[in-house]
Design a protein around this ligand. Structure first.
Ligand code: LLP
Length: 429
């Protein structure tokens, strides 16, 4: 489900009128729905209820403290990829013992920090990294829990920048080498305990087939590692895709129930039913690392149309949000639906929606059929809750937008808009 809908022609998030929020807090403005985030978490957990599982939310998707706190309260663990993300989890009241630490390039300081805080497991991505974790743990007189990330060489059939499970990607360890490295680690690395096996084949997967292929390929390896090294978990990563196009078509609705079909994201039930038969007999704890699935459709970016511009070849709506606020269209040709915050029965036109940044790549839509947009009006870029704010930059010295969390009829500022002082703080003249 999601909680964005028109009420008397005014776009609302749950019970809150979005144009009122924009008046109070200015634009660009990120707005998230707490009910949607909680619903997505619970829905995934209940689809997997037949399985001994643990959901480690991928912090990178949306790392605002209030969102992490809400998920910690739901019982989620966290998949982190940096010392900074661990700091965020702890600052939000999360528990290091529920965190997995992924990423190909962990530094000494990050390993030390995570060991001192007592994280659940490092997901190591190379033999070199495993050796280094062993060394750092030894220096601290600690034993580091580790899993290796296996690269199953499966095509995730997603955008090439977010595909991670093919052998040409930098991620994970070649499938054929895994067993040898575990044996080597068990023999020689005294400061390591082999706790699990991990994989993640990519993000925004809209079909269940690559998940099934990867799980079926790697499950026998997990079983063997359980026998040989008594590992306790198998993490199957994140990657569940969401609906980006026509996402508001009929107002609030059930994403993973009504959207299944040929080219639509898989349903959670379909996902669960396809993988549980292979995973359950392993008798291992199954970890999942969803990010986008939890937060993606739970957020919008509100922006105001500054100008209409009639170019020689096109009409442009120049808006006050830019690629610095939401980079997905520029980086991945990502589609985000754009809708007016005040619905009206106006005629559509073909238009480019662009930001104010000095780059031709700074656009949100090109040649898109949209209701005629007027100067001064508000638009909402949908499905911006994941990989939105977290990827923001200050390029062109534009301050970060504010973030709001709506819960029922309550709207809470969860990050202040940056000011000019924030832009130069830390610089030395
Ligand atoms: N686990 C690992 C090891 C990952 O690398 C990722 C995402 C996840 C879990 C979470 O994947 P999700 O469930 O969100 O698909 N910025 C891109 C997406 C990058 C994903 C990176 N890794 C985008 O905006 O599409």
């Amino acid at each position: 489900m999601h909680s964005f809908h028109y009420r008397n022609a005014a776009l609302h998030c749950e019970e809150v009128d979005l144009s009122a929020l924009a008046e109070d807090h200015g634009t660009p403005l990120y707005v998230y729905s707490a009910a949607t985030i909680r619903d997505h978490y619970r829905r995934l957990s209940s689809a997997l209820s037949g399985l001994d599982h643990h959901i480690a939310y991928a912090v990178k998707a949306n790392s605002n403290l209030s969102i992490l706190k809400m998920l910690a309260d739901e019982g989620a663990g966290f998949d982190i990829v940096s010392g900074g993300e661990l700091f965020r989890v702890l600052s939000a009241g999360g528990d290091a013992a529920g965190c997995t630490f992924a990423g190909v390039g962990k530094t000494r300081d990050e390993i030390k920090y995570a060991l001192e805080e007592g994280i659940y497991c490092f997901n190591a991505e190379s033999e070199a990294e495993l050796c280094f974790i062993d060394k750092v743990a030894g220096e601290l007189g600690k034993v580091a829990p580790v899993a290796l990330r296996v690269n199953p060489n499966v095509d995730a059939k997603t955008h090439k920048y977010i595909s991670t499970g093919k052998s040409e990607n930098k991620f994970g360890v070649d499938f054929d080498n895994i067993a040898g490295i575990y044996a080597h680690a068990a023999r020689e690395m005294k400061n390591i305990s082999l706790r699990g096996l991990q994989m993640h084949i990519g993000s925004q997967l809209t079909s269940v087939q690559p998940f099934v292929e990867a799980v079926e390929k790697v499950a026998p390896l997990a079983a063997q590692l359980k026998t040989d090294h008594q590992i306790e978990f198998f993490s199957i990563g994140g990657g569940i895709g969401i609906v980006y196009e026509d996402s508001l078509a009929s107002g609030s609705r059930d994403w993973w129930e009504e959207q299944s079909g040929e080219d639509k994201p898989l349903t959670l039930e379909e996902y669960a039913q396809a993988i549980i038969p292979t995973l359950e007999p392993l008798g291992l704890k199954i970890l999942l690392e969803p990010g986008r699935m939890i937060a993606g459709n739970a957020g919008v970016l509100l922006s105001r149309v500054l100008y209409r511009k009639q170019g020689a070849a096109k009409v442009f709506a120049i808006v006050d949000a830019g690629m610095g606020d939401l980079i997905r269209p520029a980086l991945y040709q990502g589609h985000h639906d754009i809708i007016p915050v005040t619905e009206s029965g106006r005629k559509t036109e073909t238009i480019d929606v662009v930001g104010p940044i000095c780059e031709s790549g700074d656009f949100f839509a090109q040649n898109r059929e949209l209701p005629g947009l007027e100067e001064g009006e508000l638009i909402a870029l949908l499905s911006a809750g994941a990989y939105g704010f977290v990827m923001a930059s200050n390029y062109n010295s534009r301050p970060f937008p504010a973030e709001i969390l709506v819960d029922g009829s309550e709207a809470r500022l969860i990050r202040k808009r940056q000011g000019f002082d924030d832009l130069i703080s830390g610089e030395i003249l």
